[in-house]
Design a protein. Structure first.
Lengths: 254, 459
């Protein structure tokens, strides 16, 4: 559970090397957290990113669980392994994702599969598995890193946008299904985030950084909010953008 | 099965559990025999502030007899003052029954809406701790249902280890079904109270010190203004007294007792209604209202013991965010720590209603009982204050480094290591607990956070 001042005891980061994921961990880890689990493909890289938290909180137990984010069926076992190590999963930050910028899908359409597996299929399996675990605990919070790219999917990287659109809708419906169970989902829709994943790409308007996303998550996680946008202004931008006629939308220099 | 969102009185950290409301022993037995691996905890009137009486994903046995159509399940002997009562009965009901007969509950907390079961499990204390000790010391015997379903009798003479593990055991040794309590003889329903305001913390602690006249009063407590700064830091209002004799009461029925709820807090309150400015104004008014020179007067039982019960559901005044009540104790010679704690809170701009300061008497035999010889300070604050986790953690360290501890019935944030440090007899208690509950049935959100029972024990 979380304690009376909103601090969760056990926090799990799926996508244990995600820059945004770590920024969120840095905000959520406070006095009162007892376990952090990093679920990642690359344990050493995940370990390095959390070194300063480990120094600051000597009592904090840090665990590692290996996973392949594109192996959707394995998520069931991954969650079981996490629960076996720490008991209750109070907060799960779901940060795995692939962008695959610049891949020529016309030449190599099979390269779409990992995008769907990591961003959509695997995350769905993961979230249902977590939902089952958290429901039995009577408490739990999933934080899903979605993206405004899923709001109105555009050319350029339709696979990324479409998978984010899919998982975003799925997460909202799952949250609806979990009403009254003590479990809820927070969907985070950042704009363009400057991280290693987006290095070298042209910044989109209203870009943000990992820290800003983390601050927004920290603020929203103790509330009953289901969706947050970072920066917040994007919510109103997309109210307009989503309703533009297709011809206008396609001409926008985004 | 009714899945229900539950929190403590502080309205923070809500979790969902299967809530079973019953006062029927057979229902209790069948419920616990059907429990799953998330276990069971019992709950009374939900007045503990934190997570003591909630059990996320498990079963919560709600055992309160309020509005019970069967009436109050109690057997009272007005000659001896021995009261044998169901654990689900509240102090409120007991007072209504016993005060007109000339008997008072030996220990009452700041609210009369607690059950006898909760009073034992939390080993509650009141304004008379320095004279009379805590609730458990007035319990002559109790009936407990173990996780096996077996019902046993415990007393300080008969199986003292299990009795004292249950006193202050936070409901983790079994379900308390009944208890026999030795009541306190009174001549009137009035309390003779001496009130004086004291201009700063030194004056307050000197007036309440063990070397002064504090031990001449059965009841003694000080309200301290944590928002006062500079030379007024820690100023307060000291109230001390005892039950008035019949001759002092100018009334044809000196034992008349009529507690009433005066007002209700509204169902919805904006966050931040209780802020630094509104509380400061309130504290100032409270301080000014008290006489500068010692004044003696008669007060009713509700006015003296249960002032907050005058406002029904006052816990809603903090709005949706809820609030934290922070209560700790430090040894008598560590008033320096009290001062540091007060400075830390006021320095961080934490607005707290009048804090309550009390000098406690010696510890009883219960390993997990909170009161021990020293100063206890209690204050509440809005849960949504930013940086509160870090601030409380700093204060926790001050308290623990001084050899102090935190009150589990109030707690909603401390760590497992804080309880290990504060309660040196915890290992002894845990091994008794395991003896009493080998299958590990009793669990609560509090026990999970604090590692009070071994949660790896599987049911």
């Amino acid at each position: 559970m979380k304690n009376g001042v909103g601090v969760a005891q056990n926090i799990v980061l799926f996508g244990g090397t995600s820059e945004i994921g770590h920024a969120i961990l840095h905000k959520l880890v406070k006095p009162g957290v007892s376990h952090v689990v990093l679920v990642s493909r690359d344990i050493d890289a995940a370990e390095n990113q959390i070194a300063d938290i480990a120094d600051r909180y000597p009592d904090l137990e840090i665990h590692h669980v290996r996973f392949n984010a594109d192996d959707s069926a394995s998520m069931v076992h991954v969650v079981a392994e996490v629960a076996q190590q720490v008991g209750d999963i109070d907060v799960a930050v779901i940060a795995q994702g692939v962008l695959q910028e610049g891949v020529d899908y016309y030449a190599n359409p099979a390269a779409l599969l990992p995008v769907a597996d990591v961003n959509f299929t695997g995350t769905m399996v993961l979230m249902y598995t977590l939902a089952a675990q958290m429901r039995s605990q009577g408490y739990g919070k999933m934080v899903l890193l979605s993206s405004v790219a899923g709001e109105r999917v555009r050319k350029g990287n339709p696979a990324y946008g479409a998978t984010k659109a899919g998982i975003d809708s799925f997460a909202l419906a799952l949250d609806h299904e979990l009403v009254g169970s003590g479990v809820s989902v927070l969907v985070v829709r950042p704009g363009f985030v400057t991280t290693k994943m987006t290095k070298g790409m042209d910044k989109a308007p209203f870009s943000t950084d990992a820290d800003s996303v983390a601050i927004a998550v920290e603020k929203a996680i103790s509330t009953s909010k289901t969706v947050i946008w970072v920066p917040g202004l994007l919510q109103y931008m997309f109210l307009i953008l989503k309703n533009l006629p297709t011809a206008v939308w396609r001409k926008l220099p985004l | 099965m009714v899945m229900q969102r539950l929190s403590g009185w502080g309205r923070t950290a809500w979790t969902v559990a299967d809530l079973v409301h019953t006062t029927d022993v057979d229902v209790v037995r069948s419920t616990i025999s059907a429990a799953g691996e998330r276990g069971v905890i019992s709950r009374g009137l939900g007045r503990s502030y934190g997570a003591a009486a909630q059990n996320a994903g498990g079963i919560v046995l709600e055992m309160s007899a309020e509005n019970d159509p069967m009436g109050i399940d109690a057997d009272f002997d007005p000659l001896t003052g021995l009261l044998t009562v169901a654990s689900s009965v509240s102090i409120d009901s007991i007072l209504r029954m016993c005060v007109p007969q000339g008997w008072f509950i030996p220990v009452t907390p700041g609210t009369r809406f607690v059950t006898v079961g909760g009073a034992i499990a939390s080993d509650i204390h009141g304004k008379n701790h320095h004279i009379d000790g805590s609730f458990g010391q007035h319990v002559r015997s109790l009936t407990l249902m173990l996780s096996s379903g077996e019902v046993i009798e415990l007393s300080p003479e008969q199986n003292p280890a299990w009795f004292w593990a249950t006193v202050g055991g936070m409901g983790l040794t079994g379900v308390i079904l009944r208890a026999t309590v030795a009541m306190l003889k009174i001549e009137s329903s009035r309390v003779e109270v001496e009130t004086v305001r004291l201009e700063n913390f030194d004056a307050v602690s000197a007036a309440m010190g063990a070397d002064g006249v504090d031990d001449d009063y059965r009841y003694s407590v000080a309200w301290v203004d944590l928002l006062a700064t500079g030379t007024s830091m820690g100023r307060g209002v000291l109230t001390r007294g005892d039950h008035a004799t019949a001759s002092k009461v100018d009334n044809k029925d000196p034992l008349a007792y009529d507690p009433r709820l005066t007002v209700s807090a509204p169902g919805w309150v904006p966050n931040g209604l209780l802020n630094k400015w509104s509380i400061k104004a309130f504290n100032e008014a409270w301080y000014r209202k008290a006489p500068a020179k010692s004044h003696i007067g008669l007060e009713s039982i509700p006015a003296f013991f249960h002032p907050l019960d005058g406002v029904n559901r006052w816990n809603r005044l903090y709005g949706k965010q809820g609030f934290i009540q922070y209560q700790f104790i430090v040894p008598l010679d560590r008033t320096d720590v009290l001062r540091k704690v007060i400075e830390k809170f006021s320095g961080a701009g934490v607005a707290s209603f009048l804090a309550v300061l009390k000098r406690m008497g010696p510890q009883n035999n219960a390993p997990m009982s909170f009161p021990t010889e020293g100063w206890t300070l209690t204050l509440d604050m809005a849960a949504g204050i930013s940086g509160l986790a870090e601030l409380l953690s700093d204060v926790d360290s001050l308290v623990l480094d001084a050899g102090g501890r935190h009150y589990l019935a109030k707690d909603s944030h401390v760590s497992a290591s804080a309880v290990r440090r504060g309660y040196p007899r915890i290992d002894e208690w845990m091994s008794t607990q395991e003896e009493m509950d080998p299958i590990g049935l009793w669990r609560s959100d509090l026990s999970r956070r604090l590692g009070l029972v071994d949660h790896r024990r599987s049911l």
